[in-house]
Design a protein around this ligand. Sequence first.
Ligand code: HEM
Length: 489
Amino acid sequence: MATLAPHSDGRSDRTRPTAPTPRAPGGVPGLGHVVPLLRDPLGFMESLSRVGGVVETRLGPRRVRVVTAPALVHELLVALAHDAPRGAVQQTLKDAFGDGLLMSDGQAHRDRRRSMGAAFTKARVADYVPIIQSVVKERIAGWGDGRLVDVEREMNHLALDVVTRTLFGARLDDDLAAAFHRALPDLVKGQIVHSLAPHPAFVRLPLPVNRRFDEAVRVIHQVVDRAVGERREGLGEGVREGAREGEDDGREPTLLSLLRAAVDPATGAPLTEDDVRAEAITMFGAGTETVSTTMTWLLHELARHPDVLARVVAELDGRLGPVAGAASDALTPEMFDHLPYTANTLREVVRLHTPNAFLMRTASRDVTLGPYRVPAGTELLFSLTALHRHPDFFPDPHTFDPGRWDAEGPAGAAARRAAMPFGAGKHKCVGENLAWAELGVAAATILRTLRLVPVPGREAREVVWTTVQAQGLAMAFAPRTDADAAVDL
Ligand code: HEM
């Protein structure tokens, strides 16, 4: 039954022209579209944009509608935010970790987001930049000796260190970081399998994917408890002394202190330790893999595009002076406003390798999405990665081309409107400022210190779970010298 709620175009549901929702081709009886989705998840999602703006698929008995058009995804996230709350992808995490910001909705979400906002403002992120820079320098310290570097593992460790030190004022020992790194792939693999499984009972079957998911959840709880929970009593086991940069710096609170000071506006009661832990886990989950896969893809693309690499290095050298170590070494967030080619290169890597491959919402009442009627209870699936490979908005979409972001006129404007790697609306990524700072600082520090030495046959492979992983990238690095700078320029 249609309702009369207003939409972003000002027309009510009843006065909008409607269109039938097309079905995705290639379904088989019983399984529906499970096979093409498993075989080539992004290829399948990309192919649906040729079928319609909203397309009906079947996952066994489940009917799931895929939203393929950028304007409709935007409408879903912004205009329909209240009528289409979180879906199965987030529910899986909620079941495992509790009601953190990434999983919650409604008033609880609004209150929590308000309490935590101060830890993510542009001004606060500027305070984090020196911490990020020292994390990057520590991480890359041994890279220049010619050994083979497992880029994905190193970037994961780097992103984990940044979140731990900036938001929680703590440091993890290497064994904890390694355990976390091992657990994350099992988590995102289990998350997508559980979210898209044809039947809820699948989660309880004694399958390897379920066992590994449960084990990953256990490890992540353990890491977060040891890194964060025990800071109330003092430093936890596995958390090193003398690492309070982000915390108690005399100026601003950390995320952890904001959470511990927060109260429930309705009751005045402070958050429980479980609430604090759920938020901490959310930040570790949402704020590490996204950044580390993006950094891994960045190095992969730079190694494959020496022309782009040379322009980025020339721009960094021109602005900051060649080779790190000079007085110009201290980075600031504003600096990236004056590094347009570097900024476009980061933008392009986030477009082509957008981390969030699958997100979901569920219609809580009958709604209209563009011209499509969506009955209450419908599950809606969208892929920001597939969206950013839509050929109508990003010509030659699989080509890595930072220059596309300079395009003027309607085509450039349409691409900029269609790009939403951090989502939109009330659930838009709270960590966006921090993410750009991490990507910029890491890129500038690595590229001003080291020369990339690609290793044939060790390029990154795209593996798609809830995030788009860059698996297998290994690379060697050599220290940069003034002579390198001259060559690069
Ligand atoms: C390249 C890096 C990143 C990308 C592409 C990214 C992308 C996203 C996207 C698309 C969403 C919206 C999800 C939805 O609508 O269902 C989101 C939400 C979120 N992100 Fe990020 N993210 C990144 C980095 C970070 C970082 C560094 C943090 C924190 C340390 C973070 C924390 C969160 C949280 C807590 C949410 C939930 C926000 C809410 O619902 O209010 N993210 N992110």
